[in-house]
Write a protein that binds this ligand. Sequence first.
Ligand code: DLZ
Length: 162
Amino acid sequence: MATALKNLSDYDIHSVPDASNMRFGIVVAEWNNDITEALYAGAEKTLLKHGAKPENIIKRYVPGTFELTLGAQLMAETGQVDAVIVLGTVIQGETRHFDFICQGVTQGITELNIKYNLPFIFGVLTTNNKQQALDRAGGKHGNKGDEAAVTAIKMIDFKSRL
Ligand code: DLZ
């Protein structure tokens, strides 16, 4: 998503289905937790805005973004959710660790989408610095958590209509 052109929190409210009967699992990485909590706040607020019931939103933590894949798989295997949202923030450091984490989680979440009959939504920020992450976690470019929540609702609805 080209955030320079699009605010992550802007969407057509009328295009989002009612979420009152949907169940969501949200897996949050503890690394950069000030940012990932802001992503969660955005996602939760957006789900509730579209009718999701608080008791149908399950939140769990994993240590870092690299662990989001297994966390999401374990969440899916509970059978208690219709979609899993993963929220993480990877900030470029001095080593290539950034590349390996980003590659690992991207591939991992992609594989889960294919392996399970369930939407896994990629709410992971991958930025050059902390300010870019803050800008996308409720700052001037909106909140990636909002975008992830809307995508989860739309994908559950998509599946239910097939
Ligand atoms: C080790 C590491 C580093 C350097 N940076 C981040 C980061 O920016 N964001 C994040 O979510 N996690 C980071 N981690 C932790 C890894 O995701 C993972 O938890 C560890 O490598 C242990 O598997």
